[in-house]
Design a protein around this ligand. Structure first.
Ligand code: BTN
Length: 255
């Protein structure tokens, strides 16, 4: 067993994960999950790494995975995910909501919520990020990085004033397997919701959106806009009140 506290047997027994791998070091857990696509093994496949040397975020972002971080990816088959591509943004929101639900009991009275499209923030600082990739028709790779038992004291300078970790928030270390099990249980329920009652999931994301009322600038390809955030629509889109009226964004990068 590598030098961390990930208990794969417990995860396999208590969650919807059908196959699991734990690596001391990987380039990126999303890349490893992609290698397993089409290998005929059971899914959902969970890939966890204690360290990533090429952890990726959305766009050109990197994801720093230093000791104590929780970094993992799930390879999901088309049966588990929505077949309608218009519902795909909800998969990322479902992952963000699962992290919020798992973390909230550990940080009582702190404002834990979402930053569209799928970041988890505590107050003004980022605790977790989600990277969803759809490598082949219908299969999804959902990568999640959560700052759990790491400390900002060891973080690169560039993220020290924007990030937060569970350890720094609570002053104690947490059981990584326990957190992972909770995230996976909440995520399974949220994925059921994406298929069965997607509007309810969108409404929940809206309730937990911490950006409402803030001025946001978004760029989506050639299109860009600035406006006051009016929340998250039932379909998972970002709502911005712009000088041209209310607009919906189904994708894009916030400035
Ligand atoms: C973001 O904030 O832009 C998304 C960050 C996603 C990071 C996770 S860590 C596990 C998985 N493997 C990766 O390379 N990235 C995701």
């Amino acid at each position: 067993m590598p030098d961390s506290t990930i208990d794969l047997q417990r995860i396999l027994a208590e969650t919807f994960v059908a196959r699991a791998e734990h690596h001391p070091t990987l380039g990126s857990t999303n890349d490893r999950a992609r290698e397993c696509l089409g290998d005929g093994g059971p899914t959902p496949l969970l890939v966890v790494a204690d360290r990533q040397t090429r952890g990726r975020g959305r766009g050109t972002n990197r994801w720093w995975t230093w000791p104590g971080c929780l970094a993992f990816s799930l390879l999901l088959s088309p049966e588990t995910t929505p077949s309608d591509p218009r519902r795909r943004p909800l998969v990322a929101l479902a992952a963000g909501l699962a992290v919020v639900d798992a973390i909230r009991p550990l940080v009582d009275r702190q404002p834990v919520g979402l930053h569209w499209p799928n970041d988890v923030f505590v107050g003004d600082r980022k605790l977790a990020g989600v990277l969803v990739e759809v490598p082949s028709e219908g299969s999804h790779i959902v990568g999640i990085g959560v700052n759990t038992n790491n400390s900002l004291a060891d973080a690169p300078e560039e993220i020290r004033d924007r990030a937060i970790t569970l350890y720094d928030l609570t002053g104690r270390r947490h059981n990584q397997t326990g957190i992972l099990v909770e995230i996976l249980k909440h995520f399974q329920r949220a994925l059921d919701q994406v298929r069965e009652c997607p509007d309810a999931l969108g409404a929940r994301a809206n309730e937990l959106c911490l950006q409402i009322g803030r001025t946001l600038a978004i760029r989506n390809g050639a299109e860009s806009a600035t406006g006051r955030c009016a929340g998250i629509a039932p379909n998972g889109a970002l709502l911005l009140d712009t000088p041209d009226g209310r607009r919906e964004f189904h994708g894009g990068t916030l400035g």
